[in-house]
Design a protein around this ligand. Structure first.
Ligand code: ATP
Length: 306
């Protein structure tokens, strides 16, 4: 069984009447890529900051690597943790390399490691440029390099791909994959659900300070019983044949044009629908079956709560 690297028990954080985190229990295993998702203000950043010891919990316990997140002993553990905050304060007058030197000194890391880190995040060519002239994506890359200082074993990344272009996002996840091969555990938040749904091992969906759902994307999917989406391409002129086959199963397409139909199909009816389409013979040319996306699942849970 995977060793639990992070253990959170009944953690609360209140700001006056606001329950930012409201009784969270969570365990993250060593080597996992764990996603934390939720609406704005759900409590993700607050939970992150408590896991890092930057913010004291109002009540409850957090242990990382078996060590309580407080006191002198945690300072040692903290050195093996990298953190990319949602918005990292950077000094515009410093160059990229000078910025990384600055963070290296704060973290007690050898500054000689900085150029290779800039190279790793794709900023080698901009190392001597002032941060003032960096684009949003370059700033984010620099923030990522900062989080990687000191070869951390655990990474907390708050909206790490915010501002990155598609190429930058691919590179970011490539680096994460390399890090994970080296045994690094990663906890990240993202609002771009399409981006993380294929990549995380498990995720927690936070709502109003609580964990509303926890598990693999597939497990969360099964918790919702959402319909599948089917796209069927058919021989032009055979619309009526297709419509009749679907109508017999009480299904009506939501879109139908140019030899292509799209419709929602209850999971329990999938095999019956596929059989009916197969029975339509050459009228049906192709069938694509799509599972509900993480975004559908997220919205499904939001409706459940409402
Ligand atoms: N320092 C603070 N003082 C008062 N309230 C706060 C403070 N920090 C956070 N909150 C409140 O706690 C709740 C959780 O905020 P948090 O930033 O953790 O959410 P989040 O899930 O990270 O949101 P986002 O996706 O917008 O980053 C919100 O209602 C927020 O307004």
């Amino acid at each position: 069984m995977t060793e639990q690297l992070i253990e959170i028990r009944n953690v609360h954080k209140a700001y006056g009447a606001v329950k930012a985190v409201d009784g969270v229990d969570l365990a993250v295993g060593s080597g996992e890529l764990f996603g934390l998702i939720g609406h704005n203000g759900a409590g993700k950043t607050t939970l992150f900051k408590m896991m890092l010891g930057l913010l004291p919990a109002s009540s409850g316990d957090i242990h990382i690597g078996g060590q309580a997140v407080r006191g002198e002993a945690f300072r040692q553990v903290r050195r093996s943790i990298g953190y990319l905050p949602e918005s990292l304060a950077l000094y515009d007058n410093l160059t990229g390399l000078e910025t990384l030197h600055f963070f290296a000194r704060l973290k007690g890391v050898d500054r000689a490691t900085c150029p290779a880190l800039l190279d790793r995040v794709g900023l080698a060519g901009a190392a001597g440029q002032r941060v003032r002239n960096y684009s949003k994506g370059m700033r984010q890359r620099l923030g990522f390099a900062q989080a990687l200082l000191g070869t951390p074993r655990l990474l907390f990344l708050d909206e790490p791909t915010n501002g990155l272009d598609p190429q930058g996002i691919l590179e970011f996840y490539r680096i994460l994959a390399e890090l994970r091969q080296g045994g690094v555990t990663v906890v990240l938040t993202s609002h771009i659900l399409a981006e993380i749904q294929q990549r995380v091992d498990r995720l927690a969906l936070m709502r109003n300070g609580r964990i509303q759902a926890l598990g693999t994307v597939q497990a969360l999917r099964h918790g919702q019983d959402l319909p599948l989406t089917l796209r069927v391409s058919f021989r032009p002129g055979d619309e009526n044949l297709l419509l009749a086959a679907l109508a017999a199963l009480n299904i009506a397409p939501s879109e139908m044009a140019d030899g292509s139909a799209r419709f929602a199909c209850p999971r329990q009816q999938k095999m019956a629908v596929l059989a009916a389409l197969t029975a339509a013979g050459p009228a049906v040319r192709d069938i694509d079956v799509h599972e509900p996306s993480l975004e559908d699942i997220f919205l499904g849970y939001a409706e459940e709560e409402a």
